[in-house]
Design a protein around this ligand. Structure first.
Ligand SMILES: [Zn+2]
Length: 321
C-alpha cells in the first residue's frame, strides 16, 4: 500500500494529506525517462570510446602481426638486393673479364623493368609505400632472371674456354730430360740431305731413338702415315683451328681417328724419311698457317728446365732435316 504524503497548511496550522496531481506526475515521469535515456546514451558512448570490442582487439593483433611480417619482408628484399649486386659485380668485373667477354649492358639489365604502371594491382595505388616495395620486388625479380641467364652464358663460355685450353698445343712434345739438343732454326735454311735452301717450318728436338713423343694438346689423329720426306708422321687436329705434326718417328702409338689427350704418348723418336739422325720434327699450324712452335711450350717449363732449353739451343748444330 502506497504511503500517504503530508504537507503543512499555514492557514489551518495542520498537516494535511498531499496528493500529486496527474499532470505533474506525467511531467515527472517524462523527465525521468529523458534523463534515463541520456544517461544510457552517455554510458554507451563512454564504453565505446574507452573499451575496444573483441573484433577490434583481434584486428589490432592481426595488424601488428602484418606490420612485423612487412618489416621482415622489406629486410629480406634489402638483403637479396645486396647479394644480387655482389653477383652482378662478380659477373661484370671478374668472370667476364677472365673470359674476354664485355660486361652485360645496362639496357639488358633494365629491359622489361617498368614503373608502377606495370603493376596490375590497381588497389595498391592507394598505398604508395606498398606499391614502392612491390615495384622494387618486381625489378629484383627481373634482375635475378637476367643474372641467372648471364651465369648460364658464362658457364657455356667457360666450357668452351676449357675445351680450347685443353686443345691448344701447350707443352713440349718431348720431356726435357730426354732432350739432347733443340734446333731452334725456324724458316729457310740449307737442307742437310737435299743440299739446297728450303723452308723449315718446325723445330727439331734431338733425342735417342725410341724416346716417347707426347701429344701437346687434346685432339684427334687426323692422319698417321709414312711420307718420303716426313717418314712416319702424325697429324693431330686439335679443333679451334690448331693442328700439330710429329715427323721422323720410329714407331706409332696411335691410329687414324683416335682421340688423344695432352701428354699422351702418340709415338717414338726415330730417323725415318729425310732425316740426318734421330730427332723429332715438330710443327704447329693455326688455321693452316705455320707458327713457330717455340711460342707454345715455354710456359710449361720451370726456370731450370727453361735454362737447360736455352743451353741446349745455344750451341749451333748442323740441321737434321
Ligand atoms: Zn725439322
Amino acid at each position: 500500500m502506497a504511503r500517504t504524503k503530508f504537507k503543512y497548511n499555514s492557514e489551518t496550522c495542520r498537516y494535511e494529506p498531499f496528493y500529486v496531481k496527474g499532470k505533474t506526475l506525467r511531467k515527472r515521469m517524462l523527465v525521468f525517462i529523458l534523463l534515463s535515456f541520456m544517461l544510457a546514451a552517455g554510458g554507451y558512448f563512454w564504453l565505446n570510446n574507452y573499451f575496444e570490442t573483441i573484433d577490434e582487439l583481434l584486428l589490432e593483433q592481426k595488424n601488428q602481426a602484418l606490420k612485423i611480417e612487412w618489416d621482415i619482408l622489406r629486410h629480406r628484399v634489402k638483403h637479396v638486393s645486396k647479394d644480387l649486386a655482389h653477383f652482378i659485380d662478380k659477373d661484370d668485373h671478374n668472370y667476364r673479364v677472365i673470359l674476354d667477354s664485355p660486361p652485360l649492358s645496362q639496357s639488358i639489365r633494365e629491359a622489361g623493368v617498368g614503373g608502377s604502371e606495370k603493376i596490375n594491382h590497381k588497389s595498391l595505388k592507394d598505398f604508395p609505400e606498398v606499391l614502392r616495395e612491390y615495384t622494387a620486388v618486381e625489378k629484383l625479380q627481373h634482375q635475378l632472371e637476367v643474372e641467372v641467364q648471364s651465369y648460364k652464358e658464362i658457364n657455356q663460355m667457360l666450357d668452351r674456354k676449357i675445351a680450347i685450353w685443353a686443345a691448344k698445343p701447350a707443352i713440349q712434345p718431348l720431356s726435357n730430360k730426354d732432350l739432347t739438343y733443340l734446333h731452334t732454326t725456324y724458316g729457310s735454311r740449307m737442307h742437310p740431305i737435299l743440299g739446297f735452301i728450303r723452308g723449315h717450318k718446325g723445330l727439331d728436338f734431338s733425342a735417342d731413338t725410341g724416346t716417347p713423343v707426347y701429344a701437346t694438346g687434346d685432339g684427334r689423329v687426323k692422319n698417321a702415315y709414312y711420307s718420303e720426306s716426313f717418314g712416319n708422321v702424325i697429324f693431330l687436329d686439335h679443333l679451334y683451328g690448331y693442328e700439330t705434326r710429329y715427323a721422323h718417328l720410329s714407331k706409332f702409338n696411335v691410329k687414324n681417328g683416335q682421340q688423344v689427350k695432352r701428354g699422351e704418348v702418340i709415338g717414338y723418336v726415330g730417323s725415318t724419311g729425310l732425316s740426318g739422325g734421330p730427332h723429332l720434327h715438330y710443327e704447329v699450324l693455326y688455321h693452316d698457317e705455320h707458327i713457330n712452335p717455340i711460342n707454345f711450350f715455354q710456359r710449361d717449363l720451370n726456370n731450370q728446365e727453361y735454362e737447360k732449353l736455352i743451353e741446349l739451343a745455344s750451341h749451333p748444330q748442323p740441321p737434321l732435316d
